[in-house]
Write a protein that binds this ligand. Sequence first.
Ligand code: SIN
Length: 557
Amino acid sequence: MAVMKVARDYIVIGSGLAGLTFALKIAEYGSVALITKDAVEESATRYAQGGIASVMAEDDSVDLHVSDTIEAGRGLCQEDVVRCIIREGPARVRELIRLGTQFTRTQGEDSFHLTREGGHSKRRILHADDFTGLEIERTLIEAVHAKPNIEIYPYYMGIDIITRSNIDPAVQPGSSQDEALGLYALNEQTGEVVTFTGKAILLATGGAGKVYLYTSNPDTATGDGIALAYRAGAKIANMEFFQFHPTCLYHPEAKSFLISEAVRGEGGILRLKNGDTFMENYHSLGCLAPRDIVARAIDYEMKKSGDDCVFLDVTHLAGYRTRERFPNIYKTCKEFGFDMTEQLIPVVPAAHYMCGGVMVDLNGQTSIRRLFASGEVCYSGLHGANRLASNSLLEGLVLSHRAAAKATDLRRPSKKLEQLQERLPEWDSGDAVESDESVVVSHNWDEIRRLMWNYVGIVRSNKRLYRARRRVEMLLEEIKEYYWNFKITRDTLELRNIALTAQLIINGALERKESRGLHYNLDYPKPDDTHDVMHTVLQDTVQRLITTPNTRVKNNE
Ligand code: SIN
């Protein structure tokens, strides 16, 4: 008989740097179920090339890193958050090193090699060649495997967070009485739905690049945590700020493979097809301008010339150094037919990082009690309207550490919580049948990604945004119907999440009547500095029961 209820002290959703760090720390205080919808090794962290920005060099300072971050964030960063994360970063980085992460060292091996990326005034990015994320993920997974009280549930996908307001009509969703009690999760291998309960839940599900047609993100980046948190009534902020990485490999089979900004940090130059440089026309930092500016400049130049891509040139650098410094990028480009030491690399921008997310405080606490978030899924106030390169692994490390410290406040047994959790209904598939129309899922998926790319991309307008909103609303209706009638699968759940995330990005973009950072709207081409800078906060406070598709129909969701 399959186990349909799992009660642990802490529930972690996601197995990237943020989830693994939290799990490792909180495991000192109780049992942990770590749920991940793919293999435990699969996460966006694994693909991070650049590194971790942290103040490590003699000629660097917290103040300088803070001011670079705030400059990139275009007036939307919260300075106390920026300062705290940057100040605490070096200690967290040293913990990683003690755990065994091998960052690249300088030639004499006596100190770490620090690289530079767009918007940084100093060399401050620790890296492990050009596969930093893989090295960090390896270290953290080894450490997690050594902890007997962390159980990993691979290929389990969260369906919905279960809140108190779901079972108690007297509690208003999103109100101060509301709290997270558990999670329904699909066992992808058996098709069964398991109810997980805990004293605290951490969302560390990463980003949502798959909402766009072209993305540097892995296939798992489907906005799951955003959708779970929003449906649970948590506050979501600044979703209009989606960062496009300026340089992804332009090749039909390369799936927007990332060419790290560190390539420009080490001297790479952007060129047009005719060989001309252009970034000096857009910013004094040229090719190392902040990402929003570089991506928009490339988009503009491509539209002006009608070319399909621009080019990144490292042929003037010593070829052996390029091969040594960027072994992964060199090998991948070679596989696609480009020897970057001798040829220009064709590049285009692609969706890369979700700067908005589930609103959290400096302890990773969301607006719902017992629900925490860390990493790309959250909005802490660090990135503002445009993330400074390589600040994200830093944010995940610091916030997960702080969230684990805070979540220990909830560790004492609570009779009231246990009684509430006993009342959680088990999932019941009702009359749902196997789908005979999977084509609906793949068609809708494709349509969302295409319309987001065309209407809600690097350059937006009101007309395009309204058009996108109408289409997404219709698609959400279709998806809801499909979700009610057929047995759920990972594909259905991902589609439901991606559609909701798309809607939140569009709604955020429509609420912001200005251009700022990553959000550029032709109808309001300038920042509005006449008012206090605003955050676009979205929240769903509709009362609903969430047990089964049939119950949802009855409750007219
Ligand atoms: C890169 O290597 O360019 C990506 C780093 C980042 O997104 O922070």
